[in-house]
Design a binder for this molecule. Structure first.
Ligand code: ARG
Length: 457
């Protein structure tokens, strides 16, 4: 009988289907680098504490390094029967260096080992996501700088509302992504906790040095409760949550691009390299990349709901359910990274139709609010000003006219106090320029904000 490392108390071999069902090797093999780094730190600690000899430590470390190279070189043979990455590596180590290899698992359990591997993985990946979020933020800034004079209709309810600068619209996504970056940084603080030493759940009777291990692996803190350390995965939940928010923000930007690229809007041209055609309709150029990011957002939400649901009924402490955290995190990380990468590239190649954006911003009585604010500044209660302008708009609709094409006489029928200066107030550039308070769409305000964005590291 092929004995498992845990096979001492078993008389029968594991059922083949059970082996297949319980194995995580086909997905957790990607943790090999972290698993080996953790084992090397652990072996050094065992030696420093006099638990293994210096010669044994040397053998273990060089064996682990060889295994690392074999895996990286594609020479390592993974066998399903090994159950998971921890046992696959340990088995290979024992095969290489014999009995000494069996000392590595002293004062350790796979329960704290996997908690460590996941934290090392999450730390590295979240740092990469931060880098990619920064890249997308930069792409938005460079687009905004090119379009710092471009005027477009701003929408609410997808109805024309008030003219805004395209740069202001684009940089709204910068602000969202900036908060995402802060959320990622915050998430890192809670990932940055070293769980090794918790062993199975209760710690160990062996005199270990946990701080030493933490230092080896660059962790700032060690976990304070062994039961918590092996049984919670809130750092996974939190990471997938932040990735979900990032996907949500990208999805909304993609939705804008999809709408703007339609013939109905004609606000933007996506470069050929980032679109695809139709197999039947020769004229088509479809925004599939943007649609897929929108679609993949649903998939990452699925990962979040999966991990939250896995966690909700697990009794203390480690239970095998926790193995289900991996694919959710891996998938969310891969999806978010790919989406961030491709969206940054696509964004850089967007060509905006400035003429169409401008001419659309003059439509739909988009200056009606400015007219009401003009009246309010003349001393009318805003509600009354709102009613008056509402009647003017209704008159324009009947007569098929624009607000700016009305004569002063026509306006004065609705309110005596209208004066010549109303026509300046109906000028779009004037309206945008007057919104020069912090957060407004005036060009000077937007440019000032861009300068402060560029000062950020
Ligand atoms: N593959 C397991 C996981 O992903 C590793 C820990 C296994 N521990 C155990 N006691 N069976 O969670």
């Amino acid at each position: 009988m092929d004995k498992k490392p845990w096979g001492g108390r078993f008389c029968e071999a594991t059922d083949k289907n059970v082996e297949k069902f319980t194995s995580s090797l086909h997905f957790d093999r990607r943790l090999y680098r972290y698993d080996i780094a953790g084992s090397i730190a652990h072996a050094k600690m065992l030696c420093k504490q006099g638990i293994i000899k210096r010669s044994e430590e040397k053998q273990i470390i060089s064996g682990l390094k060889e295994i690392l190279q074999e895996i990286q070189g594609g020479l390592f043979v993974f066998e399903e029967a090994d159950e998971d990455i921890h046992m696959a590596i340990e088995k290979a180590l024992v095969a290489k260096i014999g009995k000494t290899g069996e000392k590595l698992h002293t004062a350790r359990s796979r329960n704290d080992q996997i908690a460590l591997d996941m934290r090392l993985y999450a730390r590295e990946e979240i740092n990469q996501v931060i880098h990619l979020v920064k890249k997308l933020k930069k792409a938005l800034i460079s687009l905004a700088k090119n379009e710092s004079k471009t005027i477009m209709p701003g929408y609410t309810h997808l109805q024309k509302a008030q003219p805004v600068l395209l740069a202001h619209h684009l940089l709204a996504y910068w602000e969202m992504l900036d908060r995402d970056e802060q959320r990622l940084e915050d998430c890192l603080k809670r990932i940055d906790v070293m769980p090794l030493g918790s062993a199975a759940l209760a710690g160990t009777t062996i005199p270990i040095d946990r701080e030493f291990v933490a230092k080896q692996l660059n962790f700032s803190r060690i976990s304070q409760n062994s039961m918590d350390a092996v049984s919670d995965r809130d750092f996974v939940v939190e990471s997938v949550f932040v990735l979900s928010v990032i996907m949500m923000h990208m999805s909304r930007f993609c939705e804008d691009i999809i709408l703007w690229a339609s013939d109905e809007f004609r606000f933007v041209e996506i470069s050929d390299a980032f679109t695809t055609g139709s197999s039947i309709m020769p004229q088509k150029k479809n925004p599939d990349v943007a649609e897929l990011i929108r679609g993949k957002t649903g998939r990452v939400y699925g990962d979040l709901v999966a991990i939250l649901t896995v966690m909700k009924g697990i009794p203390m402490t480690y239970n095998r359910d926790l193995q289900e955290d991996k694919e959710a995190l891996f998938d969310a990380v891969d999806t978010a990274k790919n989406s961030l990468q491709i969206l940054s590239e696509m964004a850089r190649h967007l060509k905006f139709n400035r003429t169409k954006m401008y001419s659309d911003s003059t439509k739909g009585f988009s200056m009606a609010t400015d007219m009401a604010e003009y009246l309010a500044m003349k001393g009318l209660p805003f509600r009354e000003a709102h009613r008056i302008v509402g009647s003017v708009v209704s008159y324009c609709i009947k007569k098929d006219k624009d607000l700016s094409s009305l004569t002063l006489k026509e306006l004065q029928k609705y309110y005596q106090g209208f004066e010549e200066d109303i026509f300046l107030r109906l000028n779009i550039e004037h309206g945008i320029g007057a919104r020069n308070h912090v957060g407004g769409t005036a060009q000077e305000t937007v440019l000032k904000r861009i300068r402060s964005m560029e000062e950020q590291k």
